[in-house]
Design a protein around this ligand. Structure first.
Ligand code: TXA
Ligand code: MG
Length: 310
């Protein structure tokens, strides 16, 4: 089933494939011309580095110059899975992957299709398979929407998590989270027994993780938080609600009733849905401090929603 795609990848072409987080736009990590195509297809700024996806621990040594002991513990605890680790890079890693940085991001995805593909085609760079600035794809249709019906996409249904991986810099101590995801700070700290920093920056701030400065994940509709005591507009506004304080009355009110994993899985689908249905506004119920400290996925949701608010 994967033969055609492996051939394309080995010929320096770009192929979209499913991971457990979002669909990735894959290319042979050792072929700079293929990697260049990924930037061109996405319209991605050259200073925003890509994650290299691997399928076993030996591959880490081909890219990382040093693997700190604590990073090994994290690899053991969370790989394969939704954790991207940033290492000091080896000098032979193509500069186009890292945007000229001295570090390289690695992730071993758990999705069986990605594992099989990487085992057969070799390590693949893979940003999310969306046009730069659009919500990340969580279904094959989203990739076709952005890149056309003929685009080579390995179909693997809906992705399981729905938000991108946690990005953790292990190239310097203390380790720092640049992008929150399903794997949270507490979980990481429980494995390594030292504090991990969070440097989740917004636009225009200087940052060590260039991607975090760009607006991402934005639908065409404008996104904002629901105000206190705001009356719901059943016609023109698309709502994402998560507490039990509201009755879902219309098709335009999506209520997750405390199920944040489902909300994460569907966030980008709902953004795209609101655009298809021509809503001008997406209004989202804010998260309490208490919720944010309890569930890592809520912090990831907050981060992606803040980026979509513009
Ligand atoms: O879940 C995911 O991580 C998905 C799937 C396909 O694996 N991929 C993904 O890739 O979200 P992308 O390119 O959309 O986001 C990668 C993030 C960007 O914010 C980028 O700036 C950061 O990782 N990054 C990559 N290499 C880095 C490095 N060497 N130093 C700092 N940040 C880096
Ligand atoms: Mg992306």
């Amino acid at each position: 089933m994967l033969d055609r795609y492996i051939k394309l990848l080995k010929n320096g072409e770009v192929v979209a494939f499913p991971t457990e987080t979002v669909y990735g736009l894959g290319a042979d990590a050792w072929n700079p011309d293929a990697v260049k195509k990924v930037f061109e297809i996405k319209g991605r700024p050259a200073d925003n580095p890509l994650i290299v996806h691997i399928s076993n621990l030996h591959m880490v040594q081909d890219f990382a110059k040093e693997i700190p002991e604590d990073a090994k513990k994290l690899m053991k605890a969370f790989w394969p899975g939704a954790l991207t680790l940033i290492f000091k890079k080896k000098s032979n890693v193509p500069d186009i992957i890292t945007g000229g940085l001295s570090t390289v991001a690695l992730r071993w995805p758990s999705h069986p299709i990605s594992q099989q593909l990487i085992s057969l085609a070799g390590p693949l760079v893979a940003p999310s398979a969306n046009t730069s600035g659009k919500p990340s794809p969580t279904r094959p249709e989203h990739v076709f929407e952005d890149f056309g019906d003929d685009f080579p996409v390995i179909k693997g249904g809906k992705t399981q998590i729905g938000l991108e991986s946690t990005v953790l810099d292990v190239s310097e101590s203390p380790f720092t989270i640049y992008r929150p995801g399903a794997i949270g700070k507490d979980e990481i700290e429980s494995v390594i027994d030292i504090e991990v920093l969070e440097s989740i920056r917004s636009e225009n701030q200087t940052t060590k993780s260039p991607g975090t400065k760009y607006t991402h994940y934005a639908p065409n509709a404008s996104v904002r938080w629901l105000q206190e005591n705001e009356k719901l507009d059943l016609q023109n506004v698309f709502y994402l609600i998560h507490s039990s304080n509201f009755e879902s009355k219309g098709e335009n009110i999506i209520n997750y009733s405390g199920n944040y994993e489902t909300m994460a899985k569907e966030l980008y689908v709902r953004f795209r849905q609101a655009d298809h249905e021509n809503f001008d506004e997406i209004v989202i119920e804010p998260f309490s401090e208490q919720l944010l400290s309890k569930q890592p996925i809520v912090k990831a949701l907050l981060n992606r929603i803040q980026k979509a608010i513009h």
